[in-house]
Design a protein around this ligand. Sequence first.
Ligand code: CMP
Length: 140
Amino acid sequence: ATERTLSIIKPDAVAKNAIGEIYSRFEKAGLKIVAAKMQQLSREKAEGFYAEHKERPFFGDLVGFMTSGPVMVQVLEGEGAIAKNRELMGATNPKEAEPGTIRADFAESIDANAVHGSDAPASAEREIAYFFGNDELCPR
Ligand code: CMP
């Protein structure tokens, strides 16, 4: 089915000037960018986004990293978009990511891992609504 998923290009990949290369991977895989914005996340915005990880030992570092510079946030649309985006990203830990994936090519560590992508339909819906209003989504 046609799905939408939330994607974030994290501060490390934005700082590397890799937005265009990463967008190109989405588009070559048949995913359409139907909403996008660049944002400097506040601590509150980052904490709310990652609320499910609040009790994890890496939460403080994660929020610190995600607020360390601007991020590029987009909604990707396409057939099986959630799984397709996760395939393109590769494993959370770049050391375990398959060659040719975004994380294998652009990420340095499990914290600075270049991209985020929703992991399931329910989280995609929540995460898209966390960043975008309905009037900001442009289906093509
Ligand atoms: P992301 O998909 O954005 O979701 C949570 C992030 O926490 C994850 O990517 C990683 O960048 C970061 N993180 C840091 N340590 C861990 C860990 N041990 N397990 C999972 N995620 C981690």
